[in-house]
Design a binder for this molecule. Structure first.
Ligand code: GLC
Length: 435
């Protein structure tokens, strides 16, 4: 009997765990937009983040010397947080430590940190975390598992490494102790809503002790979300710079994307995407049920480049006007029904069509087995009268829904059409007419 109770208890708690697992992802699925921040000593001379010495573009000592220029004299964390709020983003992820090993916070695990070695002489992470929390934005901590500066880490430069794990397990154990100690510090100090790992590819799950790390983070906070770069033990996928053509995954996913060509600040990189390009990529992401994590790279003095401020503000105007089509929506129609992206309300009775403003004003939806109760241009209120084309009374094939957007109702970037349906979305996928 006892055994049965025990088994029932076990089964119950397994179920509970599974439940809390999917429910903890809810805020993330609803959030849609996050702002990624790469801030580190690489901003001083505008070298590529960590990779500059790894790839021998810059000698290691010259790369590290940049720390002497990290003054952060114009750093206003509240302004950063306000700009993030203005963009409409619901979460942010900041590089607490990149592959170069330089910690933004006051780590006690080694000496390589901004508070300890840079002229700013203080922890620059905590004030940002506080400002973000004040604005009700979730905080994600990016932490590089790789640490190319640590004397006990095997990898150093692309063409030379210190040792191999299998040849010196004691040394590797020392590194593991170090990195897991830093994670404990981050957990205790910030209790992040999300851990964004990077660099897992250099070692196996077993070598990193991924499952132990996951278990520790979740014991501290069962609601913490872990990105997919922990050798298979994360909660969601992180395609990088990969514009979604087809839906990347059936579980949660997030596209991380630079606003120009690099993650960190580089004066020489002026190849910024336009607001239209970013908004249309964003619409594609949410239409396929994903999030966008858009990156900015503040300068070493703590200011955000003007071009990135502009992008975030333009994005903010658009997200504000189209709030209901974005936040809390779910993926829209699969391809084939509409030449564009779409989202749905959670109960699937409202369909939002994203129309790229490339001059197209005549839209067609195919195979829509619903009655349209109303059609409007979102944020403008302009009513549209659908024109049903080719509906034959005896055929099960729904007519084509033609919608014409008046010129004056078009959005500068992407126009959103709101269709209220008679019942949850019902798509017809069969063949037409007689076979
Ligand atoms: C890559 C790079 C890194 C960057 C990250 C962001 O993994 O190593 O430099 O920070 O992607 O996704």
């Amino acid at each position: 009997m006892r055994k049965i109770y025990f088994l029932l208890f076990l089964f119950g708690s397994i179920q509970l765990n599974a439940q809390s697992d999917s429910s903890k992802m809810q805020w993330f699925s609803d959030a849609k937009l996050g702002i990624f921040i790469h801030w580190g000593i690489y901003a001083v001379n505008g070298t590529s983040e960590s990779w500059a010495f790894f790839n021998r573009e810059v000698p290691y000592p010259a790369y590290m010397k940049q720390i002497e220029g990290f003054k952060a004299e114009n750093y206003q964390p509240q302004q950063w947080a306000d700009l993030i709020s203005e963009s409409g983003a619901k979460y942010t992820v900041i590089t607490a430590k990149h592959h170069d090993g330089v910690a933004l916070w006051n780590t006690k695990m080694n000496k390589l940190s901004i508070p300890n070695m840079a002229p700013v002489k203080r922890d620059v992470l905590s004030p940002f975390v506080n400002a973000v929390r004040k604005n009700n934005i979730k905080i994600g901590i990016y932490y590089s598992l790789i640490d190319w500066s640590h004397p006990d880490y095997p990898g150093f430069r692309g063409d030379s490494s210190r040792y191999k794990v299998k040849d010196d397990t004691l040394r590797w154990n020392r590194f593991r102790h170090f990195y897991q100690g830093q994670l404990d510090e981050l957990t205790k100090t910030y209790n992040p809503d999300l851990y964004w790992f990077d660099g897992d590819w250099e070692h196996s799950a077993e070598e990193w002790q991924s499952s132990l790390v996951r278990q520790k983070l979740l014991t501290n906070n069962p609601k913490a979300i872990i990105n997919g770069r922990l050798q298979g033990l994360g909660d969601y996928d992180t395609p990088e710079q990969n514009f979604p053509v087809t839906k990347p995954s059936n579980r949660n996913w997030e596209l991380c994307l630079t606003s120009n060509d690099n993650w960190g600040y580089r004066q020489s990189d002026t190849n910024f995407k336009t607001p239209y390009q970013i908004i249309s990529i964003f619409a594609d992401c949410i239409g396929m049920g994903g999030n966008l994590l858009l990156d900015i790279g503040p300068k070493a003095d703590g200011t955000i480049p003007d071009e990135q401020i502009y992008l975030l503000k333009e994005l903010g105007k658009w997200t504000k006007q189209h709030n209901e089509a974005i936040f809390g929506s779910i993926a829209g129609m699969p391809s084939g029904h509409f030449y564009g992206s779409s989202t749905l309300s959670k109960d699937s009775t409202i369909l939002y069509l994203f129309v790229n403003n490339t001059g197209a004003k005549n839209l067609v939806i195919k195979g829509l087995n619903n009655k349209i109760i109303s059609a409007h241009v979102l944020g403008k209120g302009t009513t549209i009268t659908p024109n049903i084309v080719g509906k034959i009374s005896w055929s099960p094939v729904p007519g084509l829904v033609h919608l014409e957007i008046p010129n004056e109702a078009q959005n500068e970037y992407i126009t959103v059409i709101k269709l209220t349906l008679d019942k949850p979305l019902n798509l017809y996928n069969g063949k037409g007419g007689f076979n």
